[in-house]
Design a protein around this ligand. Structure first.
Ligand SMILES: Cc1cc2nc3c(=O)[nH]c(=O)nc-3n(C[C@H](O)[C@H](O)[C@H](O)COP(=O)(O)OP(=O)(O)OC[C@H]3O[C@@H](n4cnc5c(N)ncnc54)[C@H](O)[C@@H]3O)c2cc1C
Length: 128
Protein backbone atom coordinates (compact mmCIF):
# COMPACT_ATOMS: atom_id res chain seq x y z
CA UNK A 1 0.00 0.00 0.00
CA UNK A 2 3.06 2.28 0.09
CA UNK A 3 3.07 3.43 -3.49
CA UNK A 4 4.51 6.89 -3.05
CA UNK A 5 1.21 8.75 -3.17
CA UNK A 6 0.94 12.00 -1.28
CA UNK A 7 -2.11 11.92 1.02
CA UNK A 8 -3.70 14.88 2.77
CA UNK A 9 -5.91 14.00 5.76
CA UNK A 10 -8.44 16.74 6.52
CA UNK A 11 -10.31 16.40 9.80
CA UNK A 12 -12.73 18.83 11.40
CA UNK A 13 -13.07 16.91 14.68
CA UNK A 14 -10.64 16.58 17.58
CA UNK A 15 -9.88 12.99 16.58
CA UNK A 16 -9.56 11.44 13.15
CA UNK A 17 -11.70 8.53 12.12
CA UNK A 18 -15.28 9.67 11.69
CA UNK A 19 -17.61 6.83 10.76
CA UNK A 20 -14.62 4.55 10.26
CA UNK A 21 -13.89 4.79 13.99
CA UNK A 22 -17.50 3.74 14.75
CA UNK A 23 -17.55 0.91 12.23
CA UNK A 24 -17.10 -2.78 12.84
CA UNK A 25 -14.20 -2.62 10.40
CA UNK A 26 -15.26 -5.77 8.58
CA UNK A 27 -13.42 -6.16 5.27
CA UNK A 28 -14.80 -8.49 2.63
CA UNK A 29 -12.34 -10.14 0.30
CA UNK A 30 -11.18 -13.23 -1.52
CA UNK A 31 -7.87 -15.02 -1.67
CA UNK A 32 -6.55 -13.93 1.70
CA UNK A 33 -4.17 -15.69 4.07
CA UNK A 34 -7.05 -16.43 6.45
CA UNK A 35 -9.05 -18.05 3.68
CA UNK A 36 -6.07 -20.10 2.56
CA UNK A 37 -5.40 -21.24 6.16
CA UNK A 38 -9.08 -22.15 6.52
CA UNK A 39 -8.91 -24.27 3.39
CA UNK A 40 -11.68 -22.32 1.65
CA UNK A 41 -11.89 -23.18 -2.01
CA UNK A 42 -13.57 -21.36 -4.89
CA UNK A 43 -12.56 -18.02 -3.44
CA UNK A 44 -10.80 -16.50 -6.42
CA UNK A 45 -11.18 -12.75 -6.74
CA UNK A 46 -12.97 -13.13 -10.07
CA UNK A 47 -15.46 -15.55 -8.47
CA UNK A 48 -16.16 -13.31 -5.49
CA UNK A 49 -16.31 -10.18 -7.65
CA UNK A 50 -19.09 -11.77 -9.69
CA UNK A 51 -20.97 -12.71 -6.54
CA UNK A 52 -20.41 -9.26 -5.06
CA UNK A 53 -21.93 -7.62 -8.14
CA UNK A 54 -24.89 -10.01 -8.04
CA UNK A 55 -25.52 -9.74 -4.32
CA UNK A 56 -24.73 -6.16 -3.42
CA UNK A 57 -24.21 -3.73 -6.29
CA UNK A 58 -26.43 -4.80 -9.12
CA UNK A 59 -25.28 -4.40 -12.69
CA UNK A 60 -24.88 -0.62 -12.50
CA UNK A 61 -21.33 -0.63 -11.08
CA UNK A 62 -19.69 -3.95 -11.93
CA UNK A 63 -16.19 -2.50 -12.33
CA UNK A 64 -16.26 -0.73 -8.98
CA UNK A 65 -17.30 -4.00 -7.36
CA UNK A 66 -14.45 -5.85 -9.04
CA UNK A 67 -12.01 -3.10 -8.02
CA UNK A 68 -13.33 -3.20 -4.48
CA UNK A 69 -13.01 -6.96 -4.03
CA UNK A 70 -9.61 -6.98 -5.75
CA UNK A 71 -8.19 -4.28 -3.50
CA UNK A 72 -9.54 -5.48 -0.19
CA UNK A 73 -7.25 -8.45 0.38
CA UNK A 74 -4.06 -6.43 -0.16
CA UNK A 75 -5.53 -3.77 2.13
CA UNK A 76 -6.41 -6.18 4.92
CA UNK A 77 -3.01 -7.91 4.56
CA UNK A 78 -1.26 -4.53 4.71
CA UNK A 79 -3.30 -3.58 7.80
CA UNK A 80 -2.49 -6.90 9.47
CA UNK A 81 1.20 -6.36 8.77
CA UNK A 82 0.95 -2.89 10.35
CA UNK A 83 -0.47 -4.44 13.51
CA UNK A 84 -4.25 -4.64 13.13
CA UNK A 85 -5.32 -7.87 14.83
CA UNK A 86 -7.86 -9.82 12.78
CA UNK A 87 -9.77 -12.81 14.07
CA UNK A 88 -8.33 -16.00 12.62
CA UNK A 89 -11.62 -16.99 11.09
CA UNK A 90 -14.03 -15.51 8.56
CA UNK A 91 -17.51 -14.22 9.26
CA UNK A 92 -20.73 -13.77 7.31
CA UNK A 93 -21.83 -10.19 6.67
CA UNK A 94 -25.05 -11.09 4.88
CA UNK A 95 -26.52 -14.07 3.15
CA UNK A 96 -23.44 -14.97 1.11
CA UNK A 97 -22.81 -18.69 0.53
CA UNK A 98 -19.50 -18.78 2.40
CA UNK A 99 -18.06 -16.39 4.98
CA UNK A 100 -15.80 -13.73 3.47
CA UNK A 101 -15.53 -11.00 6.08
CA UNK A 102 -12.21 -10.35 7.80
CA UNK A 103 -13.04 -8.83 11.16
CA UNK A 104 -10.56 -6.83 13.23
CA UNK A 105 -10.66 -7.69 16.93
CA UNK A 106 -10.58 -3.99 17.80
CA UNK A 107 -13.18 -2.98 15.21
CA UNK A 108 -12.89 0.14 13.04
CA UNK A 109 -11.36 2.15 15.86
CA UNK A 110 -8.50 -0.32 16.02
CA UNK A 111 -7.76 0.18 12.32
CA UNK A 112 -7.78 3.96 12.71
CA UNK A 113 -5.56 3.80 15.80
CA UNK A 114 -2.99 1.66 13.99
CA UNK A 115 -3.00 3.99 10.98
CA UNK A 116 -2.67 7.01 13.24
CA UNK A 117 0.31 5.42 14.99
CA UNK A 118 1.84 4.41 11.67
CA UNK A 119 1.73 7.86 10.08
CA UNK A 120 4.51 9.49 12.15
CA UNK A 121 6.70 6.45 11.50
CA UNK A 122 6.32 7.26 7.81
CA UNK A 123 7.32 10.87 8.43
CA UNK A 124 3.76 12.06 8.09
CA UNK A 125 1.55 13.89 10.54
CA UNK A 126 -1.99 15.13 10.90
CA UNK A 127 -2.29 18.86 11.51
CA UNK A 128 -5.10 19.73 13.96
C1 LIG B 1 -22.05 1.60 13.07
C2 LIG B 1 -21.35 1.45 11.73
C3 LIG B 1 -20.77 0.24 11.41
C4 LIG B 1 -20.12 0.07 10.17
N1 LIG B 1 -19.48 -1.11 9.90
C5 LIG B 1 -18.79 -1.26 8.76
C6 LIG B 1 -18.03 -2.42 8.51
O1 LIG B 1 -17.96 -3.34 9.34
N2 LIG B 1 -17.38 -2.52 7.34
C7 LIG B 1 -17.40 -1.52 6.39
O2 LIG B 1 -16.77 -1.68 5.33
N3 LIG B 1 -18.10 -0.38 6.61
C8 LIG B 1 -18.78 -0.22 7.76
N4 LIG B 1 -19.47 0.92 8.00
C9 LIG B 1 -19.42 1.95 6.98
C10 LIG B 1 -18.09 2.69 7.07
O3 LIG B 1 -17.86 3.10 8.40
C11 LIG B 1 -18.10 3.91 6.16
O4 LIG B 1 -18.43 3.54 4.84
C12 LIG B 1 -16.72 4.55 6.14
O5 LIG B 1 -16.28 4.80 7.46
C13 LIG B 1 -16.73 5.83 5.34
O6 LIG B 1 -15.41 6.32 5.37
P1 LIG B 1 -15.13 7.77 4.93
O7 LIG B 1 -13.64 7.97 5.04
O8 LIG B 1 -15.78 8.02 3.61
O9 LIG B 1 -15.92 8.68 5.98
P2 LIG B 1 -15.60 8.91 7.52
O10 LIG B 1 -14.87 7.77 8.13
O11 LIG B 1 -16.87 9.34 8.17
O12 LIG B 1 -14.59 10.11 7.48
C14 LIG B 1 -15.01 11.43 7.12
C15 LIG B 1 -14.24 12.38 8.01
O13 LIG B 1 -14.35 13.71 7.50
C16 LIG B 1 -14.56 14.58 8.58
N5 LIG B 1 -15.24 15.75 8.03
C17 LIG B 1 -16.52 15.86 7.64
N6 LIG B 1 -16.76 17.11 7.16
C18 LIG B 1 -15.58 17.79 7.25
C19 LIG B 1 -15.18 19.11 6.89
N7 LIG B 1 -16.03 19.99 6.33
N8 LIG B 1 -13.90 19.48 7.10
C20 LIG B 1 -13.01 18.60 7.64
N9 LIG B 1 -13.34 17.33 7.99
C21 LIG B 1 -14.61 16.93 7.78
C22 LIG B 1 -15.41 13.81 9.59
O14 LIG B 1 -15.25 14.31 10.89
C23 LIG B 1 -14.81 12.40 9.45
O15 LIG B 1 -13.75 12.17 10.36
C24 LIG B 1 -20.11 1.13 9.24
C25 LIG B 1 -20.69 2.37 9.58
C26 LIG B 1 -21.29 2.53 10.81
C27 LIG B 1 -21.86 3.88 11.17
Amino acid sequence: MNRGASVLVVESEGVVGGSSRLAGGQIMGAGSRVQACGGLRGQSRRFVSALYVAEYSGPSSPQSSVDSVTSQVPQSTWLADLGVQFYGQLFYSGDEAVPRDHVPETHGAGIINVLETHMPRQGRSISP
